[in-house]
Ligand binder design. Sequence first.
Ligand SMILES: [Zn+2]
Length: 55
Amino acid sequence: MNTTQHCPGHEPFKSIQPIEVTCKKCGAINEVFSDEIEKTHACSTCKAILNVKKS
Ligand SMILES: [Zn+2]
């Protein structure tokens, strides 16, 4: 018997990339990860809401 088994728990690799978002208010660069792009992010410096664009 030649049985090839796949690991049932194997997840496909997700390509998560950090996106640099420049705060319009203070100019600080914040990194937002691509899997969290739909969340609301605030600037780490001035707490302004960042406008994260999908590219
Ligand atoms: Zn800011």
